[in-house]
Design a protein around this ligand. Structure first.
Ligand SMILES: Cc1cc2nc3c(=O)[nH]c(=O)nc-3n(C[C@H](O)[C@H](O)[C@H](O)COP(=O)(O)OP(=O)(O)OC[C@H]3O[C@@H](n4cnc5c(N)ncnc54)[C@H](O)[C@@H]3O)c2cc1C
Length: 379
C-alpha cells in the first residue's frame, strides 16, 4: 500500500496530518520537509523577543515526538526535487518515493527585494526557526534595527523590538503603516503609538541601496535622509512556493491552483496553506489553513468536504496598539467610514450596496470585535 505523502511540516502540513489521524486514516503517512521538522507556531516569530523566547523555546515538539504522535514517518532536511504525477512518484536526492495521494503544504517564501550596495546581502529575513536563530544572534551585537517594509510583519517586528529596548527605524514606499489592510486613519494611530515608543518612520521613501560601514549599515533615502543602523531586516511580504508544482506540470497562478476541495490540476495531488490558491484566493494566514486542513481531512477519509471560509478577521500583534482587521475582499468597491482618535479607531467599510464588507478596530476599540462581526453581511 503506497502512503499518503505530505510535503511540508509547517502548520498546514502538520495540520492536515493531524486531521487525517483524527478522522481515522490508519494507513502509512510520510511527511517530508527541508527544515528540521520541529513543531512551532510561525506567528510567534514576530512577538517572541520581548517574551525572551529562543528558537528552541518556540519549538514545542521535536521531530521524533511529532512522528510518534502522528504515527508517521518524517523525513527532515530533505528537499523534494520533482514530482511525476502520472506515475505517482516523487524524487528526493535522486531516489523515488511512490505515493497514493500527495499533499503540497510547501508554504511561502519572503519576497527578496533586488537591493543594491555592498551591505545588501547582509539584510535579514525571518520566516522560520533557523532565520529566527540567526536574527537573535545578530541582535545580540546590535542596538539599532532598520526594518524595510512597514506592513503587518514589519510593524509586528518593530513592536517587539521596541518593547525589547531596541532603536527601530521603519522604511518603505507605503503612505502609512499596514496600508494594504488598514485605512489611513487606523494606520496613523498605529504609527503614533509606535512613535511614542521610539520608532522612527521613513514613509514614501527608499532607494534600495544598503552600504556597509565600519560599524553597521547605512542607506540614503530618496528624500536625502540617512538611516544608520546595526542591522537591516526586510519584511516586504511573502510569495507562495509554486516552483515545484509548476515544474511538475501543475497549474499555478499566484499560488498552486486548487478547486474548493483543494484538489490541484492533477488527480490525487492536493495543496493547502500559504502555497495554495483555493478557488481563486491565496490567503497566507492561520485561519484559512486550519479550515482547509479540516476540510481536506474529511475529504480524504471518505466525506468530500468543500472549503467554506467564514469571515476571518486578522489579529495584528502590535501590542503597543493592537489591531483586528477584516479587509474588504480585493476588488470590492465602496468606502471606509472611520471614527475615533489615536487611542483607538473603529473603521467600517461599506460596499456599493451599502452593506458592511469589512472593518478594522485598533487600540482601545478592539473589544468591539464580536459585536461588529454580527454586523457583517453574511457570505
Ligand atoms: C513573522 C510572521 C508572523 C505571522 N503572524 C501571523 C498572525 O499573527 N496571524 C496569522 O494568521 N498568520 C500569521 N503569519 C502567517 C502564518 O504564519 C502562515 O500563514 C502559516 O504559518 C503558513 O504555514 P504553512 O504550513 O502553509 O507554511 P510554512 O510554515 O512556510 O511551511 C512550509 C513547509 O514546507 C517545507 N518545504 C517547502 N518546499 C519544500 C520542498 N521542496 N521539499 C521539502 N519541503 C519543503 C518547508 O521546509 C516547511 O516545512 C505570520 C507569518 C510570519 C512570517
Amino acid at each position: 500500500m503506497k502512503p499518503i505523502i505530505i510535503i511540508g511540516t509547517g502548520l498546514a502540513g502538520y495540520g492536515i496530518a493531524k486531521e487525517l489521524r483524527k478522522n481515522g486514516y490508519g494507513d502509512a503517512m510520510v511527511l517530508v520537509t527541508r527544515d528540521d521538522g520541529r513543531f512551532y507556531s510561525k506567528p510567534m516569530l514576530s512577538g517572541a523577543l520581548f517574551k525572551g523566547k529562543s528558537a528552541d523555546d518556540l519549538a514545542s515538539a521535536s521531530v521524533e515526538k511529532m512522528a510518534t504522535d502522528l504515527n508517521a514517518s518524517i523525513m527532515p532536511h530533505c528537499i523534494v526535487d520533482s514530482i511525476n504525477p502520472e506515475e505517482h512518484i516523487l524524487t528526493i536526492n535522486g531516489e523515488s518515493y511512490p505515493y497514493s495521494k500527495l499533499i503540497l503544504a510547501v508554504g511561502a517564501s519572503p519576497i527578496k527585494l533586488p537591493l543594491k550596495g555592498d551591505g545588501a546581502s547582509d539584510v535579514l529575513m525571518v520566516n522560520n526557526l533557523i532565520d529566527y536563530t540567526h536574527f537573535r544572534k545578530r541582535l545580540s551585537k546590535s542596538k539599532r534595527v532598520g526594518i524595510i517594509g512597514p506592513g503587518l510583519i514589519g510593524s509586528e517586528f518593530a513592536n517587539d523590538l521596541l518593547e525589547s529596548g531596541y532603536h527601530v527605524e521603519l522604511i518603505g514606499p507605503d503612505k502609512w503603516p499596514i496600508s494594504t489592510l488598514l485605512p489611513e486613519k487606523a494606520g496613523r494611530a498605529v504609527q503614533k503609538s509606535l512613535s511614542d515608543a521610539g520608532a522612527v518612520w521613513h514613509l514614501e521613501t527608499f532607494n534600495g541601496e544598503i552600504e556597509k560601514q565600519e560599524s553597521g549599515y547605512r542607506t540614503e533615502l530618496e528624500n536625502g535622509k540617512i538611516v544608520e543602523v546595526d542591522l537591516f531586516l526586510s519584511a516586504v511580504g511573502v510569495r507562495p512556493e509554486v516552483g515545484l508544482a509548476r515544474d511538475s506540470g501543475l497549474e499555478v497562478n499566484r499560488g498552486i491552483v486548487t478547486n474548493d476541495h483543494l484538489l490541484t490540476s492533477s488527480p490525487d495531488i492536493y495543496a493547502l496553506g500559504d502555497c495554495a490558491e483555493v478557488a481563486g484566493r491565496n490567503l497566507p494566514y492561520i485561519s484559512p489553513l486550519m479550515i482547509s486542513a479540516r476540510a481536506l481531512g474529511m475529504t480524504l477519509t471518505g466525506t468530500p468536504t468543500p472549503v467554506i471560509y467564514p469571515h476571518m478577521p486578522v489579529t495584528i500583534k502590535t501590542t503597543l496598539h493592537p489591531i483586528v482587521t477584516l479587509p474588504p475582499a480585493p476588488g470590492t468597491t465602496g468606502e471606509w467610514q472611520v471614527e475615533g482618535d489615536d487611542s483607538g479607531i473603529v473603521g467600517r467599510f461599506f460596499n456599493s450596496e451599502n452593506k458592511l464588507g469589512g472593518f478594522c478596530l485598533t487600540g482601545n476599540q478592539i473589544s468591539q470585535k464580536e459585536s461588529i462581526m454580527k454586523e457583517m453581511a453574511p457570505l
